[in-house]
Design a binder for this molecule. Structure first.
Ligand SMILES: [Zn+2]
Length: 108
């Protein structure tokens, strides 16, 4: 696990590289994160790996910028509750906002 300030430096560097080289470089397949949510109905926890290269939807904004969004439905076996996850990302695929229905995000 990296220290918080080390992570910050890496993100800054990543943003800088993204701005300099634009879309020339494809994202590596390992570019992803873990989505941790809990069902508000039964308390079941889900730990899903989201691959940013395949699972994010591209949005073309009116000002010409490209942003990304993730929409996912999560549910367990034997539970009627459906958790709706909705996240938004900037042009570098860094998360900028997240919403959830019928469940909650777990931060650990
Ligand atoms: Zn449940």
């Amino acid at each position: 696990m990296l220290a918080a300030d080390e992570m910050g430096e890496r993100n800054v560097l990543k943003n800088l590289v993204g701005k300099l080289f634009g879309k020339a470089k494809a994202d590596p397949p390992s570019d992803g994160f873990f989505l941790k949510v809990r069902c508000s109905e039964c308390g079941e926890r889900f730990n899903l790996y989201i691959n940013k290269s395949y699972e994010l939807m591209q949005n073309f904004e009116s000002d010409g910028q490209v942003t990304y969004a993730l929409k996912k439905m999560v549910y367990g076996v034997g539970c009627s509750n459906r958790i709706h996850v909705s996240m938004k990302f900037d042009g570098q695929k860094n998360p900028v906002s997240k919403e959830i229905e019928n469940g909650e995000y777990i931060d650990e």
